[in-house]
Design a protein around this ligand. Structure first.
Ligand SMILES: Cc1ncc(C[n+]2csc(CCOP(=O)(O)OP(=O)(O)O)c2C)c(N)n1
Ligand code: SF4
Length: 281
């Protein structure tokens, strides 16, 4: 190695360098492609080392995302991504932890973990790809499906149940960063992701990411999604008003606040030999 190359800075990592060799098997036009692209662009923008990033997910089409990113990853159990991610962050606070999943994974079976992850406020980013349907299991209603949607054989008269409102619930549960992006606006989504990763605490990024296979009518989202009509606030009461008055299609950073971050101390790295011996079968 000559002296010039010894002092030369390492070449910048490009977005495509963060893509794994596995080809996505999502349907053509699936919104999740744009989320994958935003993730790799955000990692490249921040020049994060692959070995310092871990992507965790549950189960669903959206939860396949970690397989397509060349970082550490864990494709886990349906609804348990946040539990796994928090365990990992407790043990390895040095890692940048990103969590990815769908509205079914995160708000139905994983709803309890979502609430407590918000209030625990560990330093990680949660990307919830909301297509208002269970895509992977072929089109059942999810918690964010409109009550009158009657295209699933399981709910031929609609669910009749009001929607789960992810941003409002995240705020009520104590999340310190709440943003909404749209897969039809990849530039805006990348920017929000960079901000979410940079925020110290639990960053909740709600992404409107259509499933054109089971909700083809969501092509219309491109005409319905709009920038949020009010400026970002750090006041929870103002954020509540903003989120309540919004039609659920307003994008941007809705709320950000510095709140105490929960990170266990030495306990996470304690010697567990005795404990493990006690449970050995
Ligand atoms: C414990 C458990 N319950 C149910 C399932 C079946 N299941 C797999 S994916 C899924 C829902 C996927 O929907 P969503 O999380 O919204 O992601 P999408 O596929 O729409 O991206 C369900 C119910 C499962 N795999 N494990
Ligand atoms: S079924 Fe829907 S969510 Fe799943 S890959 Fe196809 S378009 Fe995407």
């Amino acid at each position: 190695m000559n002296s010039a190359s010894a002092t030369a800075p390492a070449p910048a990592t490009r977005a495509r360098d963060y893509k794994s060799d596995i080809k996505p098997i999502w349907c053509p036009g699936c919104g999740h492609f744009a989320v994958l692209s935003a993730v790799t662009k955000a990692l490249a923008y921040l020049q994060l080392r692959k070995e310092d990033v871990a992507m965790i997910s549950g189960i669903g089409c959206s939860s396949r995302l970690p397989a397509y990113v060349d970082s550490y990853g864990f494709h886990g159990v349906h609804g348990r991504a946040l539990a796994v991610a928090q365990g990992l962050k407790a043990a390895r606070p040095d890692l940048t932890v990103l969590v990815a999943g769908g509205d079914g994974d995160g708000f139905s079976i994983g709803g309890n973990h979502f609430l407590h992850a918000c209030r625990r406020n560990m330093d990680m980013t949660y990307i919830a790809m909301d297509n208002e349907v269970y895509g992977m299991t072929k089109g059942q209603a999810s918690p964010t499906t409109a009550p009158e949607w009657d295209r699933s054989k399981l709910t031929p008269h609609g669910t009749g149940v009001p929607r789960f409102r992810p941003a409002g619930i995240a705020l009520a549960a104590g999340a310190s960063f709440i943003a909404r992006g749209f897969s039809g606006d990849p530039g805006g989504l990348t920017k929000l992701l960079v901000e979410a990763i940079g925020h110290r605490g639990f960053s909740f990024l709600h992404v409107l990411s259509p499933c054109l296979t089971f909700r083809p009518e969501h092509k219309e989202w491109k005409h319905q999604v709009h920038p949020c009509r009010q400026a970002t606030t750090s006041n929870a009461a103002e954020a509540a008003r903003l989120i309540q008055q919004d039609d659920g299609k307003g994008t941007g950073l809705l709320y950000v606040q510095e709140l105490p971050v929960w990170q266990p101390g030495d306990g996470a790295t304690a010697d567990l030999t005795g404990f493990e011996a006690e449970f050995r079968v």
